[in-house]
Write a protein that binds this ligand. Structure first.
Ligand SMILES: C[S@@+](CC[C@H](N)C(=O)[O-])C[C@H]1O[C@@H](n2cnc3c(N)ncnc32)[C@H](O)[C@@H]1O
Length: 405
């Protein structure tokens, strides 16, 4: 048995009690259904065709349960496959799906590097896995090989700067505790960590919380046998070598360096997009992960929905339209959470009547018409709304047909 399988069999990750499914759904990025349609299908997926999904390295089932439940609620026809090395993690995922009555999921125990034999898939979720492969490129290549040419991938991999302090401790624990059974390794590592000085970058890094949340979290963060982080440029290069293109981060504004630049400081001309994003990553210093959507190179540039497509239906995430409209009318801003910091994004007060009319059914054109007044000016305001909210993952677009459901 590989060390990775041994770890996740001993400490299935994330630690979950299947009974909690009776009272809440864990949601997040990647793999929220609206995000998928927005970033990978230009807001216009043809849902008359069954949606073939692979959850690669599905762990205890967060991504699996989210997408299976959202597809079921939306009444979409779907074929969902779960794949993981760990049978202990799989058992928990199976029980969670069972409690929700999410039948028909194909559960497979195995290596994602052989995913192509299970495909092709319209969508692949791979969250928190590829940074644990000895040769990560093999994982990127395998996912690309399992993907339908018209499909896309939602990925999360670790980012280096927000994890400052983690890697020196991982190395030290590996040297000191190699060969011990997992439970003993965990107990010893906890004792050692208690002796590490306050000034250690790990202790200074208030963005790291997993080790305090559960044994599985501690093990995953500090005792992993194989763990590396990717700068956004490296992630981009891995995707590109696999024939994939980066469509967008789930929250693109996090990767815009412009918000750090004072007047008089300009970005170098001709800076490639990945380098520009890397600049933002280094200036922010707090990104622990990259959550991105990717598609086959040939369609990556046209996979994402555009706010200028006024036939699409906008959906707000995490905010009620009236409340958001009232906030914008009062303050002339929207507030967002960005890698641990509150961010204020200016938005003209005149945008409020448009925001208030978002109802998950009206298209952008309908909203503009319903608000009355000068159409051109309203479309200009919509462009501001689009930039501010899609940038922070607060707005996604879907086709009118989806909205009818
Ligand atoms: C950190 S957990 C993430 C679980 C889940 N995707 C989530 O985000 O909650 C990583 C999972 O990937 C699995 N894994 C690691 N390498 C794998 C591989 N080569 N093939 C399949 N699964 C793998 C592990 O067993 C573990 O369950």
């Amino acid at each position: 048995m590989s060390e990775i399988t041994e770890q996740y069999d001993a400490y299935p990750y994330p630690e979950r009690d299947p009974d909690d499914e009776r009272r809440r759904l864990v949601t997040g990025s990647p793999s929220d259904l609206r995000e998928i349609e927005h970033f990978l299908f230009a807001g216009r997926r043809d849902w008359s065709r069954p949606f073939r999904v692979l959850v690669a390295g599905g762990g205890t089932g967060d991504g699996l349960v989210q997408i299976a439940q959202q597809l079921a609620w939306a009444g979409r026809s779907a074929e969902i496959t779960y794949l993981d090395l760990s049978t202990a993690a799989r058992e928990i995922a199976e029980r969670r799906a069972g409690i929700r009555g999410l039948d028909g999921i194909r559960f497979e125990t195995g290596d994602l590097r052989e995913a192509a034999r299970l495909g092709p898939f319209d969508y692949i979720d791979c969250c928190g896995v590829l940074h644990h492969l000895l040769e990560p490129q093999e994982g990127f290549d395998a996912l690309a090989a399992a993907l339908d040419p018209g499909g896309g991938i939602g990925l999360m991999v670790y980012a280096p700067h927000g994890r400052s302090g983690v890697y020196p401790l991982q190395e030290a624990f590996r040297t000191l505790l190699a060969g011990l059974p997992p439970a003993e390794r965990l107990a010893r590592a906890r004792e050692i960590l208690a002796r590490v000085p306050e000034g250690h970058p790990f202790r200074r890094n208030s963005h790291l919380v997993d080790h305090a949340a559960s044994d599985a979290g501690f093990y995953d963060l500090l005792l992993h046998s194989c763990d590396r982080a990717f700068a956004i440029e490296e992630l981009d290069a891995h995707l590109s070598r696999a024939g994939l293109g980066l469509v967008s981060p789930a929250r693109p504004a996090l990767y815009d360096p412009a918000r750090f630049l004072p007047e008089g400081v300009a970005l170098p001309e001709d800076l490639p997009l990945a380098a520009r994003m890397g600049l933002a990553e280094r200036l922010s210093g707090t990104l622990k992960t990259h959550i991105v959507y990717a598609a086959p190179e040939a369609r990556a540039g046209r996979a994402m929905a555009r706010g200028s497509d006024s036939a699409l239906v906008p959906h707000l995430r995490g905010a009620a339209p009236e409340k958001l409209a009232a906030h914008v009318a009062a303050k002339g801003e929207v507030a967002a959470q960005g890698a641990g910091t509150r961010i204020s994004e200016p938005l003209p007060r005149a945008c409020a009547p448009l925001l208030a009319r978002i109802d998950g059914r009206r298209s952008v054109a309908d909203i503009v018409a319903a608000a009355g007044g000068d159409t051109l000016a309203a479309l200009g305001h919509w462009a501001r709304i689009d930039r501010a909210l899609t940038g922070w993952g607060l707005l996604h677009y879907a086709s009118p047909r989806q909205a009818e459901r």
